[in-house]
Structure formats: C-alpha cells, structure tokens
Design a protein. Structure first.
Length: 224
C-alpha cells in the first residue's frame, strides 16, 4: 500500500474514532439520538471525505471505515459507542458514491441480531429504523469470511442455511416490532422513496428544525 494511501486511512480512521467518542460524550444517555450524531459529524466536516478522494481511493477507504463502525458496534463498550458504530455505518453507506456493501460474517450477523434484540427491549425505535432502512436497501453482504477476495463458493451450505435462517428471523422481527404485513415489508423501500418524494415537495418540510432525525434525510442527501 502506498504511504500516501496509508496516511489517508490513518487520518480518517482517527476521525471516526474521534467522532464516535464525541458523540458518546455529548449525547443524552436516554435518547442516543441520530440528531446528536449528525451534529458531531457536521462539526468535524466529515462529509469532506466524499470530495477529497478519487472513486478508486474511496472504495478502499470506505471499506476500511465500515470496519471501524463494525468494531464499535460489536465491541463491549458502552451502548452509546455501539450505537455510534451503527450510525457511522448508516451515514457512510448512504453518503458514499461507490456503493460498497457492509460485509458481515456469520458470527457478526449473530451479534447484530443480539444487538437489535437489545435495542428492541430498550424501545429504541430510531436506531432500529435506521438498521431496517439499511437492511431493506440491501446494504449488507453476508459471507462466511470477512475477506472480500475469498470466493463465495467456499461458503459452506451449512453456513448459508444458518445465515438464511437468521435473515428470516430478522425479517420476522421487523414484522413483529412494527406490525407490518409481508406485502408491506416487501414494499417498504418503495414507500420510503415515495414518502421522500412527497416530503421534498412540501416547502419548509425538510429543515434543520425537523423533530425526527430518523426520517430527516437532508443530512445524508447533502453528499449523495
């Protein structure tokens, strides 16, 4: 890896750690709201990551930063840091131009579902909404290996079955948590798009004073 590219990785990885640390130190422990994370993101001008580098650099860099988000999400750190990891994955995925997937191994998928169960028990609906938006946008690439260069055909049938069953349980969790029918779940992505189209046509609707951080896409759309 060229020294210049390595220094880019180190710079943005450091910024990711600082971003989540700042979020953890300033957010309310009761809400852990996305709006608090958004404020920290803007304070450090993190969106510059998407205009400072070429597409080739961004593809590799975003994959590295996805790993930072996952490391926080699956860590034993306080809940605020873990939620910060989820938020980082969310803004990176929807902000990138390269549309990299977030790779999850079988063990990571199990940990993610356990984390979602914890969010559900705490009635943390905003965080669940953001995850399900990622899920329905097909942001995740499920594999038995964290290495993207290992062929998928090496994934065992047993692992594939387990992953399929876990994804089914995740879909069922969405149905139970939000009272959706199967048809509504399959069409939720279209409904979200339609909602965003209608919302954009209402003068003054998408402003910084909106009360719902989960459904306010102005922040993410700034660099889409």
């Amino acid at each position: 890896m060229p020294d210049s590219l390595h220094s880019v990785y180190v710079k943005w990885i450091h910024y990711c750690h600082q971003l989540i640390k700042n979020f953890s130190n300033t957010t309310s422990n009761d809400s852990l709201s996305f709006r608090d994370f958004e404020s920290q993101w803007k304070c450090v001008n993190f969106k510059l990551i998407f205009c400072e580098h070429s597409i080739e650099e961004l593809s590799a860099l975003v994959s590295e930063l996805f790993n930072v988000g996952k490391n926080f999400l699956f860590s034993q750190q306080p809940l605020a840091s873990r939620v910060g990891g989820l938020y980082l994955l969310y803004v990176l995925y929807f902000g990138q131009l390269t549309r990299n997937k977030i790779r999850l191994t079988l063990n990571e998928l199990k940990e993610l579902i356990a984390f979602l169960d914890e969010l559900n028990k705490r009635n943390m609906n905003e965080q669940q909404f953001l995850f399900y938006k990622l899920f329905l946008k097909k942001a995740f690439d499920f594999s038995s290996t964290p290495n993207q260069f290992v062929s998928q055909k090496h994934q065992s049938e047993e692992d594939a079955d387990i992953i399929g069953n876990l994804l089914d349980s995740c879909k069922c969790g969405l149905l139970q948590s939000h009272g959706l029918s199967i048809d509504e779940l399959d069409n939720l992505e279209k409904k979200l798009k339609k909602y965003q189209e209608i919302k954009s046509q209402i003068p003054g609707f998408c402003d910084s004073n909106s009360q719902s951080a989960a459904t306010n896409d102005l922040f993410v759309s700034e660099f889409q």
